[in-house]
Design a protein around this ligand. Structure first.
Ligand SMILES: *Cc1c(COP(=O)(O)O)cnc(C)c1O
Length: 369
Protein backbone atom coordinates (compact mmCIF):
# COMPACT_ATOMS: atom_id res chain seq x y z
CA UNK A 1 0.00 0.00 0.00
CA UNK A 2 1.34 3.46 -0.92
CA UNK A 3 0.08 5.76 1.80
CA UNK A 4 -1.11 9.32 1.24
CA UNK A 5 0.34 10.18 4.64
CA UNK A 6 2.30 8.04 7.12
CA UNK A 7 2.56 9.55 10.58
CA UNK A 8 3.45 6.21 12.20
CA UNK A 9 6.58 5.89 10.12
CA UNK A 10 7.59 9.41 11.06
CA UNK A 11 6.98 8.75 14.77
CA UNK A 12 9.15 5.63 14.71
CA UNK A 13 12.00 7.61 13.18
CA UNK A 14 11.81 10.26 15.91
CA UNK A 15 10.59 8.03 18.74
CA UNK A 16 13.42 8.56 21.23
CA UNK A 17 13.40 12.35 20.86
CA UNK A 18 9.59 12.64 20.95
CA UNK A 19 9.15 10.29 23.90
CA UNK A 20 11.80 12.16 25.85
CA UNK A 21 10.16 15.53 25.10
CA UNK A 22 6.75 14.25 26.27
CA UNK A 23 8.24 12.75 29.44
CA UNK A 24 9.98 16.02 30.28
CA UNK A 25 6.75 18.01 29.95
CA UNK A 26 4.92 15.54 32.19
CA UNK A 27 7.82 15.51 34.67
CA UNK A 28 7.61 19.28 34.98
CA UNK A 29 3.76 19.32 34.74
CA UNK A 30 4.22 22.22 32.29
CA UNK A 31 0.86 21.51 30.68
CA UNK A 32 -0.44 24.98 29.85
CA UNK A 33 1.92 27.85 29.14
CA UNK A 34 5.40 27.52 30.59
CA UNK A 35 8.85 27.16 29.09
CA UNK A 36 8.04 24.66 26.33
CA UNK A 37 5.42 26.94 24.80
CA UNK A 38 7.67 29.97 25.13
CA UNK A 39 10.61 28.18 23.61
CA UNK A 40 8.63 26.86 20.62
CA UNK A 41 7.15 30.32 19.97
CA UNK A 42 10.65 31.80 19.95
CA UNK A 43 12.10 29.08 17.74
CA UNK A 44 9.26 29.25 15.24
CA UNK A 45 9.45 33.07 15.01
CA UNK A 46 13.20 32.79 14.48
CA UNK A 47 12.73 30.12 11.81
CA UNK A 48 10.38 32.40 9.87
CA UNK A 49 12.36 35.58 10.64
CA UNK A 50 9.22 37.01 12.20
CA UNK A 51 9.14 39.26 15.25
CA UNK A 52 6.34 37.58 17.19
CA UNK A 53 4.69 34.18 17.45
CA UNK A 54 1.67 33.40 19.63
CA UNK A 55 0.77 29.74 20.11
CA UNK A 56 -2.96 28.95 20.02
CA UNK A 57 -5.17 25.86 20.11
CA UNK A 58 -5.52 25.27 16.33
CA UNK A 59 -5.26 26.91 12.91
CA UNK A 60 -8.92 27.88 12.74
CA UNK A 61 -8.75 29.73 16.06
CA UNK A 62 -5.53 31.36 14.87
CA UNK A 63 -7.40 32.82 11.86
CA UNK A 64 -10.36 33.97 13.92
CA UNK A 65 -8.22 35.58 16.61
CA UNK A 66 -5.97 37.24 14.00
CA UNK A 67 -9.00 38.75 12.23
CA UNK A 68 -10.51 39.95 15.52
CA UNK A 69 -7.21 41.57 16.49
CA UNK A 70 -7.36 43.70 13.32
CA UNK A 71 -10.50 45.41 14.73
CA UNK A 72 -12.16 45.93 11.37
CA UNK A 73 -15.62 47.54 11.26
CA UNK A 74 -18.45 45.04 11.82
CA UNK A 75 -19.49 43.24 8.58
CA UNK A 76 -16.43 44.31 6.62
CA UNK A 77 -15.92 42.40 3.39
CA UNK A 78 -12.92 40.08 3.39
CA UNK A 79 -11.81 38.45 0.14
CA UNK A 80 -11.23 34.69 0.41
CA UNK A 81 -10.12 32.26 -2.34
CA UNK A 82 -12.87 29.98 -3.69
CA UNK A 83 -10.61 26.94 -3.41
CA UNK A 84 -9.43 26.40 0.15
CA UNK A 85 -10.34 24.54 3.32
CA UNK A 86 -13.55 25.93 4.86
CA UNK A 87 -11.66 27.35 7.87
CA UNK A 88 -10.29 30.19 5.70
CA UNK A 89 -13.85 31.43 5.14
CA UNK A 90 -15.41 30.30 8.43
CA UNK A 91 -13.04 32.50 10.44
CA UNK A 92 -14.26 35.55 8.51
CA UNK A 93 -17.93 34.90 9.30
CA UNK A 94 -17.23 33.86 12.89
CA UNK A 95 -15.41 37.11 13.57
CA UNK A 96 -18.37 39.18 12.38
CA UNK A 97 -17.43 39.83 8.76
CA UNK A 98 -18.62 39.00 5.28
CA UNK A 99 -16.94 36.47 3.00
CA UNK A 100 -16.42 37.55 -0.62
CA UNK A 101 -15.09 34.72 -2.77
CA UNK A 102 -12.39 35.27 -5.35
CA UNK A 103 -11.28 32.96 -8.16
CA UNK A 104 -8.03 30.97 -8.09
CA UNK A 105 -5.30 30.56 -10.67
CA UNK A 106 -5.41 27.65 -13.13
CA UNK A 107 -1.75 26.79 -12.70
CA UNK A 108 -0.44 27.76 -9.25
CA UNK A 109 -3.88 27.49 -7.57
CA UNK A 110 -3.53 30.58 -5.37
CA UNK A 111 -5.57 33.83 -5.58
CA UNK A 112 -6.28 35.03 -9.13
CA UNK A 113 -5.23 38.65 -8.65
CA UNK A 114 -7.04 39.96 -11.74
CA UNK A 115 -10.28 38.53 -10.39
CA UNK A 116 -9.45 39.83 -6.91
CA UNK A 117 -9.31 43.43 -8.15
CA UNK A 118 -12.87 43.06 -9.49
CA UNK A 119 -14.15 41.94 -6.07
CA UNK A 120 -12.96 45.03 -4.20
CA UNK A 121 -15.81 47.35 -3.09
CA UNK A 122 -16.07 50.29 -0.67
CA UNK A 123 -16.70 47.76 2.12
CA UNK A 124 -13.64 45.60 1.46
CA UNK A 125 -11.18 45.80 4.35
CA UNK A 126 -8.94 42.74 4.05
CA UNK A 127 -7.70 39.85 1.90
CA UNK A 128 -7.13 36.29 3.09
CA UNK A 129 -4.00 35.16 1.26
CA UNK A 130 -4.03 31.36 1.44
CA UNK A 131 -0.71 29.81 0.38
CA UNK A 132 -2.63 26.81 -0.87
CA UNK A 133 -0.92 23.43 -1.28
CA UNK A 134 2.25 25.10 0.03
CA UNK A 135 2.69 27.37 -3.01
CA UNK A 136 3.07 31.03 -2.03
CA UNK A 137 0.66 33.69 -3.24
CA UNK A 138 2.33 36.31 -5.46
CA UNK A 139 2.88 38.56 -2.44
CA UNK A 140 4.66 41.34 -4.34
CA UNK A 141 1.70 41.89 -6.66
CA UNK A 142 -0.86 41.32 -3.91
CA UNK A 143 0.74 43.92 -1.62
CA UNK A 144 0.70 46.45 -4.46
CA UNK A 145 -3.06 45.99 -4.75
CA UNK A 146 -3.72 45.97 -1.01
CA UNK A 147 -1.68 49.10 -0.38
CA UNK A 148 -3.45 50.90 -3.23
CA UNK A 149 -6.86 50.10 -1.69
CA UNK A 150 -5.66 50.28 1.92
CA UNK A 151 -6.59 46.67 2.71
CA UNK A 152 -5.20 44.52 5.50
CA UNK A 153 -3.62 41.16 4.63
CA UNK A 154 -4.08 37.96 6.60
CA UNK A 155 -1.83 35.13 5.42
CA UNK A 156 -3.26 31.64 5.94
CA UNK A 157 -0.05 29.57 6.07
CA UNK A 158 -1.70 26.35 7.30
CA UNK A 159 -0.26 24.46 4.31
CA UNK A 160 2.93 26.43 3.85
CA UNK A 161 5.38 26.12 6.77
CA UNK A 162 8.72 27.22 5.35
CA UNK A 163 7.50 28.16 1.85
CA UNK A 164 9.19 31.21 0.38
CA UNK A 165 8.28 34.08 -1.89
CA UNK A 166 11.60 35.37 -3.29
CA UNK A 167 13.70 33.90 -0.42
CA UNK A 168 11.45 35.39 2.31
CA UNK A 169 9.29 32.96 4.26
CA UNK A 170 5.52 33.25 3.99
CA UNK A 171 3.91 34.50 7.17
CA UNK A 172 6.10 37.62 7.22
CA UNK A 173 4.44 39.65 4.45
CA UNK A 174 0.94 40.48 5.65
CA UNK A 175 -0.32 42.30 8.75
CA UNK A 176 -0.79 38.97 10.45
CA UNK A 177 -0.32 35.30 9.53
CA UNK A 178 -1.63 32.04 10.88
CA UNK A 179 -0.35 28.47 10.97
CA UNK A 180 -2.02 25.16 11.71
CA UNK A 181 -0.10 22.27 13.26
CA UNK A 182 -2.88 19.76 12.64
CA UNK A 183 -1.11 16.35 12.59
CA UNK A 184 -1.22 15.97 8.79
CA UNK A 185 0.30 19.38 7.99
CA UNK A 186 3.97 19.73 6.96
CA UNK A 187 4.73 20.60 10.59
CA UNK A 188 2.20 18.69 12.67
CA UNK A 189 1.57 18.24 16.38
CA UNK A 190 0.13 15.15 18.11
CA UNK A 191 -3.28 16.76 18.39
CA UNK A 192 -4.64 20.20 17.53
CA UNK A 193 -2.31 23.19 17.64
CA UNK A 194 -1.80 26.48 15.82
CA UNK A 195 0.04 29.80 15.86
CA UNK A 196 -0.30 33.44 14.93
CA UNK A 197 2.73 35.26 13.57
CA UNK A 198 3.15 39.00 13.11
CA UNK A 199 5.79 41.70 12.84
CA UNK A 200 3.64 44.03 14.99
CA UNK A 201 4.08 43.96 18.74
CA UNK A 202 0.71 45.61 19.22
CA UNK A 203 -1.08 42.89 17.23
CA UNK A 204 0.88 40.14 18.98
CA UNK A 205 -0.18 41.41 22.42
CA UNK A 206 -3.77 41.77 21.25
CA UNK A 207 -3.84 38.21 19.86
CA UNK A 208 -2.30 36.78 23.04
CA UNK A 209 -4.93 38.53 25.13
CA UNK A 210 -7.86 37.39 22.95
CA UNK A 211 -6.54 33.82 23.14
CA UNK A 212 -6.36 34.00 26.93
CA UNK A 213 -9.68 35.49 28.11
CA UNK A 214 -8.74 39.08 27.33
CA UNK A 215 -6.38 39.24 30.22
CA UNK A 216 -3.21 41.17 30.91
CA UNK A 217 -2.35 39.40 34.15
CA UNK A 218 -4.22 36.71 36.08
CA UNK A 219 -7.81 37.86 36.77
CA UNK A 220 -7.19 41.27 35.21
CA UNK A 221 -9.49 40.97 32.18
CA UNK A 222 -9.60 44.03 29.95
CA UNK A 223 -12.24 42.53 27.66
CA UNK A 224 -13.89 39.19 26.95
CA UNK A 225 -11.64 36.90 24.99
CA UNK A 226 -11.68 33.12 24.81
CA UNK A 227 -9.60 30.10 25.72
CA UNK A 228 -7.35 29.12 22.84
CA UNK A 229 -3.91 28.17 24.10
CA UNK A 230 -1.13 25.99 22.76
CA UNK A 231 -0.34 23.32 25.35
CA UNK A 232 3.11 22.37 26.58
CA UNK A 233 3.07 18.82 25.25
CA UNK A 234 2.26 19.94 21.70
CA UNK A 235 4.86 22.71 21.91
CA UNK A 236 7.59 20.28 23.01
CA UNK A 237 6.70 17.87 20.18
CA UNK A 238 6.68 20.73 17.66
CA UNK A 239 10.12 21.89 18.86
CA UNK A 240 11.52 18.45 18.06
CA UNK A 241 9.86 18.35 14.63
CA UNK A 242 10.86 21.92 13.74
CA UNK A 243 14.45 20.64 13.51
CA UNK A 244 13.41 18.39 10.62
CA UNK A 245 11.06 20.65 8.68
CA UNK A 246 13.63 21.90 6.14
CA UNK A 247 14.81 18.37 5.40
CA UNK A 248 11.20 17.16 5.01
CA UNK A 249 10.24 20.08 2.78
CA UNK A 250 13.32 19.42 0.64
CA UNK A 251 12.19 15.81 0.22
CA UNK A 252 8.70 17.00 -0.79
CA UNK A 253 10.24 19.25 -3.47
CA UNK A 254 12.31 16.32 -4.71
CA UNK A 255 9.22 14.07 -4.93
CA UNK A 256 7.36 16.86 -6.74
CA UNK A 257 10.21 17.08 -9.25
CA UNK A 258 9.99 13.31 -9.84
CA UNK A 259 6.22 13.59 -10.38
CA UNK A 260 6.75 16.51 -12.72
CA UNK A 261 9.36 14.70 -14.84
CA UNK A 262 7.31 11.52 -14.92
CA UNK A 263 3.95 13.09 -15.72
CA UNK A 264 4.64 16.19 -17.80
CA UNK A 265 4.28 14.30 -21.08
CA UNK A 266 0.82 13.10 -20.13
CA UNK A 267 -1.39 15.29 -22.34
CA UNK A 268 -4.52 14.51 -20.33
CA UNK A 269 -3.04 15.95 -17.13
CA UNK A 270 -2.60 19.49 -15.84
CA UNK A 271 0.28 19.77 -13.39
CA UNK A 272 0.84 22.50 -10.86
CA UNK A 273 3.03 25.35 -12.02
CA UNK A 274 5.82 26.48 -9.72
CA UNK A 275 6.30 30.21 -10.33
CA UNK A 276 9.87 31.37 -10.77
CA UNK A 277 9.69 33.49 -7.59
CA UNK A 278 8.34 30.61 -5.51
CA UNK A 279 9.89 28.00 -3.22
CA UNK A 280 6.85 25.85 -2.47
CA UNK A 281 6.64 23.15 0.19
CA UNK A 282 4.10 20.88 -1.55
CA UNK A 283 1.74 20.18 1.32
CA UNK A 284 -0.33 18.68 -1.49
CA UNK A 285 0.70 17.55 -4.98
CA UNK A 286 -2.40 18.28 -7.06
CA UNK A 287 -3.02 17.12 -10.61
CA UNK A 288 -6.08 17.78 -12.76
CA UNK A 289 -7.85 15.51 -15.24
CA UNK A 290 -11.33 15.21 -16.70
CA UNK A 291 -11.15 11.51 -15.77
CA UNK A 292 -10.50 12.24 -12.09
CA UNK A 293 -12.94 9.75 -10.57
CA UNK A 294 -11.83 6.92 -12.88
CA UNK A 295 -8.15 7.65 -12.22
CA UNK A 296 -8.77 7.75 -8.45
CA UNK A 297 -10.45 4.35 -8.64
CA UNK A 298 -7.65 2.94 -10.84
CA UNK A 299 -5.01 4.06 -8.31
CA UNK A 300 -7.06 2.60 -5.46
CA UNK A 301 -7.13 -0.76 -7.29
CA UNK A 302 -3.34 -0.52 -7.42
CA UNK A 303 -3.15 0.19 -3.67
CA UNK A 304 -2.30 3.85 -4.04
CA UNK A 305 -4.07 6.25 -1.69
CA UNK A 306 -5.10 9.65 -3.05
CA UNK A 307 -7.09 12.64 -1.79
CA UNK A 308 -9.12 15.52 -3.22
CA UNK A 309 -8.44 19.09 -2.09
CA UNK A 310 -11.17 20.13 -2.33
CA UNK A 311 -14.06 18.18 -3.88
CA UNK A 312 -16.53 21.07 -3.58
CA UNK A 313 -15.32 24.65 -4.01
CA UNK A 314 -16.27 26.89 -1.08
CA UNK A 315 -18.89 29.00 -2.93
CA UNK A 316 -20.76 25.81 -3.87
CA UNK A 317 -21.02 24.54 -0.29
CA UNK A 318 -24.44 24.62 1.33
CA UNK A 319 -22.81 26.60 4.14
CA UNK A 320 -22.45 29.54 1.71
CA UNK A 321 -25.76 29.27 -0.14
CA UNK A 322 -26.90 32.51 1.52
CA UNK A 323 -24.17 34.46 -0.30
CA UNK A 324 -26.26 34.40 -3.45
CA UNK A 325 -25.78 32.85 -6.85
CA UNK A 326 -22.76 30.74 -7.62
CA UNK A 327 -20.48 32.42 -10.13
CA UNK A 328 -20.20 29.85 -12.89
CA UNK A 329 -17.45 31.80 -14.58
CA UNK A 330 -15.12 31.08 -11.67
CA UNK A 331 -12.51 28.53 -12.73
CA UNK A 332 -12.28 27.18 -9.18
CA UNK A 333 -16.01 26.35 -9.27
CA UNK A 334 -15.36 24.01 -12.20
CA UNK A 335 -11.96 22.46 -11.58
CA UNK A 336 -13.01 20.98 -8.23
CA UNK A 337 -14.34 18.06 -10.33
CA UNK A 338 -10.88 17.51 -11.85
CA UNK A 339 -8.57 17.84 -8.84
CA UNK A 340 -6.73 14.83 -7.46
CA UNK A 341 -3.97 14.84 -4.82
CA UNK A 342 -1.21 12.24 -5.24
CA UNK A 343 0.65 10.75 -2.24
CA UNK A 344 3.13 13.29 -0.89
CA UNK A 345 5.39 13.39 2.13
CA UNK A 346 8.79 12.53 3.49
CA UNK A 347 7.57 8.97 4.11
CA UNK A 348 7.66 8.06 0.40
CA UNK A 349 10.49 6.04 -1.12
CA UNK A 350 11.70 6.76 -4.67
CA UNK A 351 10.39 3.43 -5.96
CA UNK A 352 6.94 4.22 -4.53
CA UNK A 353 6.88 7.57 -6.32
CA UNK A 354 7.89 5.77 -9.54
CA UNK A 355 5.10 3.28 -8.96
CA UNK A 356 2.54 6.08 -8.66
CA UNK A 357 3.87 7.69 -11.85
CA UNK A 358 3.81 4.35 -13.65
CA UNK A 359 0.26 3.68 -12.55
CA UNK A 360 -1.00 7.11 -13.66
CA UNK A 361 0.77 6.86 -17.04
CA UNK A 362 -0.57 3.35 -17.56
CA UNK A 363 -4.11 4.50 -16.88
CA UNK A 364 -3.97 6.98 -19.74
CA UNK A 365 -2.10 4.66 -22.12
CA UNK A 366 -4.38 1.71 -21.63
CA UNK A 367 -7.60 3.69 -21.54
CA UNK A 368 -10.33 3.47 -18.97
CA UNK A 369 -11.13 -0.04 -17.90
C1 LIG B 1 -5.80 22.98 8.02
C2 LIG B 1 -6.18 24.31 7.53
C3 LIG B 1 -6.78 25.28 8.37
C4 LIG B 1 -7.28 24.98 9.74
O1 LIG B 1 -6.39 24.48 10.64
P1 LIG B 1 -6.88 23.60 11.90
O2 LIG B 1 -5.65 23.53 12.75
O3 LIG B 1 -7.33 22.29 11.40
O4 LIG B 1 -7.97 24.35 12.59
C5 LIG B 1 -7.00 26.54 7.85
N1 LIG B 1 -6.69 26.85 6.58
C6 LIG B 1 -6.16 25.95 5.73
C7 LIG B 1 -5.83 26.36 4.33
C8 LIG B 1 -5.90 24.65 6.17
O5 LIG B 1 -5.38 23.76 5.31
Amino acid sequence: MIRFLDLKKQYHQLKSEIDKAIQTVIGETAFIGGRFVKSFEEDFAKYLKANHCVGVANGTDALEIAIKALELPYQSEIIVPANSFIASAEAVTNSGHKVVFCDCDYANYTLDLEDLKKRITSKTRAVMAVHLYGHPVDMGSLLEITSEYNLRVIEDCAQAHGAEYKTQKVGTFGDVATFSFYPGKNLGAYGDAGAIVTQSQELAIKCRMIANHGRMAKYDHLFEGRNSRLDGMQAAILSVKLRYIDQWNEKRRYIASLYHQGLEKCAELSLMKVEEWATPVFHIYPIRTKLRDQLKEHLKQHHIETGIHYPISLPKLKAYSDLGEIDNKMKANAYDKELLSLPMGEHLEDNQVQEVIHSVVNFFQEGVT
